[in-house]
Design a protein around this ligand. Sequence first.
Ligand SMILES: C[S@@+](CC[C@H](N)C(=O)[O-])C[C@H]1O[C@@H](n2cnc3c(N)ncnc32)[C@H](O)[C@@H]1O
Length: 364
Amino acid sequence: MSLLRGRNREKNLTGELYGKYSFGNMYNELLSEEHIANIVNIIKNDFEIAGIIDKYSSLKIMDVGTGRQALAMALLGVKTVEHYDISKEHVNRFKKLLKKKKYSSLNILTRNLDLCKQELPKNKYDFVYLSGIVHHFSNTAKGLINCANAVKKYGLIWIYFYRSGTFKWFVNEMIRGLLSVEDIDRFFISSAINYANGNLSNPHTSQIMDDFFVPYINLYSPQQYITFMSKLGFELYSSSHSDPLSSVNHNKAHHSAVLVFKKNTNSVNAKDLGSLLQPNDEINQLDKKIYSDKETKDIIDIYNKLKEVVLNKKYDVIRYSTCLALHKIAAPQYYGEPALPPKRKELKILLENTYIYLNKVINK
Ligand SMILES: C[S@@+](CC[C@H](N)C(=O)[O-])C[C@H]1O[C@@H](n2cnc3c(N)ncnc32)[C@H](O)[C@@H]1O
């Protein structure tokens, strides 16, 4: 689902969002020595899942994001890391950090580019690490083909992606339906006031800005990714958090999953992909047709009724509060509670109460 109502789509809003509002709002903390030490452990664990723990020192790796994973991999001693990001701010900050004496001998290159628009070098990397990236592409198929081309034959691609059919994205899609990009600065400030006494550089604000305002959250099922990658000439090699594999499971499925694929071809075959992972192939989480239970369908009905009323500008305070309250239900893990079981009852009560309250105000 995209969120660029009322703003020029050509503008690099994804880069701007991450550079300034999310991750970028706490860049120094995310790349502090203490934080990087934690990321080193996460990367070791990811290398174990990918089956490369015994050989990473001989691997050429590609990474995308803030640079924190690239830095951790270089500190672990991989052969080379090439880092890319659409955010100029991330890349400039990362370049500056790498000039520090303690990092200056590391084998890392960093470059600002849009993976959906600029071609990567072909057949270059043994391991392409995409952690939380592909669902944010303006066109997931296009960006993923570019990354797949960059993998060497028998090399691996790590794809950690937001999963369709999970409770977090069901509720988050409700939030995004109540917002437009014009709200961005007000949420930046009000989330900081709410959760960090006005300090903009805090993790709640970072997460809220990401979930609410990133221009693209394209949601596909694990099976759609598996079919797509196998058509490109890759085999499924390893996975994590992908059980249950069913396309919808609000009770048990994790909001994100990892699939690791091995490239079995010299050149990627990008023909015959049809609409797979294209923007019109994404799954609308608020489409009643994808659910079989009455409760979820009823919740969607209440949400649609509320949405019609609350989008009126004079209810902005209520709209903002509703979005922040919905986020606690979508992602309780950010607020010190377990992500699952889903808070379905709370969701229903929140939507019903807000709707009833607004109707009372209107009828006064
Ligand atoms: C949710 S962040 C997570 C990144 C990484 N896991 C980390 O912790 O640094 C997503 C990243 O993907 C980058 N990104 C999104 N779309 C991109 C594109 N088309 N080309 C290059 N980078 C992109 C964003 O700028 C952002 O840094």
